[in-house]
Design a protein around this ligand. Structure first.
Ligand code: AMP
Ligand code: MG
Length: 333
């Protein structure tokens, strides 16, 4: 069966503590290849949601590799650019997560992503051959030069290389929307970009963690958090299956294949959306032990689900995590 990315029903995965909120307003719109749901808790704030959708459309026009004349597509075809603004900020965050994760997070993953093309392959189709994978892996991990003079980034790509911001741009976008809502005086809101959640405002939020083997609205847990980003990467978002093997959309730069680190999902929780997003992808590639250690090193929290439905988390978030599905077990170690 063909999967079409993340579903609409994420609204249900997010609940507000003590909500009873009669004035809550939710709006949906499709951006950055996924459904975005923005909720505010005061009807007077509803008009600001549209401004966020405009901001997201503008960002998408810069960062999407699916838009042929986006800034990133132009960079990928010309092989060089001097970047400022959002794109530069995203690349700076990507470099930091890439360095911190020893390359598990790899901004140059476009050749692998194009080769595997999981969103367009049907179940039963054969995966790429090993020699194709070897070539794309080499292109994804070499030949990219990014230098920063503080004012702007200079990017040089050798032939065949390409940047793909799919693992980090949504987290960045969540923070940008949050900033805009706050500038408009919105004191409480929830931004959900295809499962990347950004809470806005004081007080507590209870955010659902998706069951990686359930429907979009099925949860395995709830975390109670303040203002932050809660970003999840999983093997259920985009994939095809052949001979019982799931080929998903997060690639291990060391193998050039969909990462097999024993995880079904990885959630990163913390202040900066781009870091949390890049980190969730990196943890998914690195696996439980290394991934959780990386989160702690970066000052972030994380929750991972292993293939045997065990849940592990960083110490700091444990008391705020509630398992709500008996199939999953929180392991303390
Ligand atoms: P996420 O859902 O945030 O984990 O991002 C997954 C997306 O990030 C994929 O669809 C690719 O566009 C990109 N991606 C895949 N593997 C990697 C990787 N190892 N490092 C950085 N980005 C990746
Ligand atoms: Mg990510």
């Amino acid at each position: 069966m063909k999967r079409i990315g993340t579903a609409i029903l994420y609204t249900l995965t997010v609940m507000l503590v003590g909500c009873g909120a009669p004035q809550r307003v939710d709006r949906n719109s499709f951006h950055m290849g996924t459904w975005v749901v923005i909720s505010v808790y005061n009807t007077r704030h509803a008009k600001y949601i549209e401004e966020c959708f405009t901001l997201l459309a503008n960002l998408e026009a810069e960062v999407s590799t699916n838009i042929p004349d986006s800034a990133i597509s132009r960079l990928n075809s010309s092989g060089q650019a001097r970047l400022q603004g959002d794109l530069a900020d995203i690349l700076r965050a990507a470099k930091l997560v890439s360095d911190a994760s020893g390359g598990a997070f790899n901004i140059g993953v476009l050749p692998l992503q194009r080769l595997w093309d999981v969103q367009n392959r049907l179940d039963g189709e054969q995966p790429p051959t090993q020699s194709e994978i070897d070539i794309a892996r080499e292109l994804s991990t070499t030949g990219i030069d990014i230098s920063d003079d503080g004012d702007a980034l200079d990017v040089q790509l050798q032939k065949g290389r390409g940047l793909d911001l799919g693992g980090i741009a949504k987290g960045y976008a969540g923070d940008r929307c949050a900033g805009q809502l706050k500038e408009n005086g919105v004191n409480r809101a929830l931004i959900n970009i295809g499962g990347n959640v950004r809470t806005v405002g004081d007080g507590e939020f209870r955010v659902g963690l998706r069951n990686p083997r359930g429907r979009a609205e099925d949860l395995f847990g709830l975390v109670t958090v303040g203002e932050c980003n809660i970003v999840t990467s999983g093997d259920y978002e985009r994939y095809f299956q052949t001979d019982g093997i799931r080929y998903h959309h997060i690639y291990d730069p060391e193998t050039g294949k969909p990462a097999r680190s024993g995880l079904l999902s990885a959630t990163a929780i913390g202040e900066n959306g781009a870091f949390a997003d890049g980190l969730s992808t990196a943890i998914f590639v690195m696996g439980r032990e290394e991934g959780l250690a990386l989160a702690v090193n970066m000052g972030y929290d994380a929750v991972v689900v292993t293939e045997d439905y065990k849940v592990y988390c960083t110490e700091n978030i444990r008391a705020s995590l509630e398992i709500v599905n008996d199939e999953f077990e929180l392991v303390s170690d």
